[in-house]
Design a binder for this molecule. Structure first.
Ligand SMILES: [Zn+2]
Length: 338
């Protein structure tokens, strides 16, 4: 019922006269969207399709929105530039091959600035990330049920069908997000053993990373690259020294490999608990312009943003147009459907 109501009401509520009136009452936040995987034929990774991304960008173009970069948003918060009306920004996280080969060209096609946060270890081909390994193990296990003993914990995981695999992926990731990040390799080994899956040294094709040549080519065409750590481990679960290395090493690698990287950080997994005052202090000390999280929300006006450039909220690009239009409009900002 709620979905049906939304389908009927969202187009009416986002028409120009209604929007103008509502925005004068509720105000308007600036959406910073984030994209992860793109759906690619023949690959099992879930993600949004090229057609859907094009539809979203076309909607914004014909409805009077102005694409701005994340850098411009931060500079406006620091009072250095003014933003146009109806500004919207896009970011992409991680550094997988199809993000560079499929998604980035679509943003270029629409002249939409894109900030691409990359895990530098992935592009260096020195690792594939723990979250990708968890998904790989679950997707390739032939077992219906596994038990993993880890420390005092006993994880009972059902894998029988697609639904239980999705739930298992969530549960294991949530468990990992609470544990000491230095213990990760041990847990991944236990999980692989219990699932009867061999984890290859090199990432399989569905987790193929972007390479530096491709990053340089995209940079020359206007994509801005920025650091998203070296290994994607959760910073708040690391020692101070390791957290510092994740931030500084990833920035130095970008500086070495590219001509003009952007000094804005993206926290791995990015929830409120995944970083804290310690990480913000390191970023300030290292003169980062700001940092983005995955906490949902809008960039508010300068006055209410409280000078906090180090926990910028973002919105996931939803996989359907009704939600996307709602997220771009005053409706989501005023949260009337919540
Ligand atoms: Zn990430």
């Amino acid at each position: 019922m709620k979905e049906l109501l939304k389908k009927i009401l969202v187009p009416a509520l986002t028409s120009s006269p209604v929007s103008a009136l509502a925005e004068s009452i509720f105000g308007r936040g600036i959406p910073v969207f984030m994209i992860h995987r793109m759906a690619v034929e023949g690959q099992s990774n879930s993600g949004i399709s090229s057609d859907h991304l094009r539809r979203c960008l076309r909607y914004l173009t014909v409805n009077g929105y102005t694409f701005v970069s994340l850098e411009e948003i931060i500079l406006s918060l620091k009072n250095e530039i003014a933003l146009p009306e109806k500004a919207v920004a896009f970011t992409m996280d991680d550094g997988f091959f199809e993000q560079g080969s499929v998604a980035a060209p679509i943003f270029l096609e629409f002249n939409c600035p894109l900030t691409f946060f990359v895990i530098t270890g992935l592009l260096d081909k020195s690792l594939w990330t723990w979250d990708a390994k968890v998904s790989w193990i679950i997707d390739n296990s032939k077992k219906n049920y596994i038990t993993v003993n880890f420390g005092d914990e006993k994880l009972n995981i059902a894998l029988g069908n697609k639904k239980s695999c999705t739930l298992a992926r969530e549960n294991i990731r949530n468990f990992i997000k609470e544990m000491d990040a230095e213990d990760l390799p041990r847990l991944i080994n236990r999980l692989a053993e219990a699932a009867g899956v061999a984890v290859p040294e090199e990432p399989p094709s569905c987790y193929r990373p972007l390479d530096w040549d491709m990053a340089r080519e995209l940079e020359s065409r206007g994509v801005q690259f920025a650091p998203h750590s070296k290994t994607h481990r959760i910073l708040s679960k690391l020692s101070r020294q390791s957290a510092e290395e994740e931030i500084i090493d990833s920035w130095e690698t970008l500086e070495r490999e590219l001509s003009d990287p952007l000094k804005i950080f993206c926290y791995p997994t990015g929830r409120a608990l995944d970083f804290g005052p310690r990480e913000i202090e390191i970023l300030k000390k290292e003169n980062f312009l700001g940092a983005v999280s995955t906490m949902p929300g809008y960039v508010e006006s300068r006055e209410s943003f409280d000078n906090n450039f180090y926990r910028i909220p973002r919105l996931v690009v939803p996989d359907n147009m009704v939600d996307f239009i709602q997220y771009c409009s005053w409706i989501e900002y005023a949260k009337i459907f919540r």
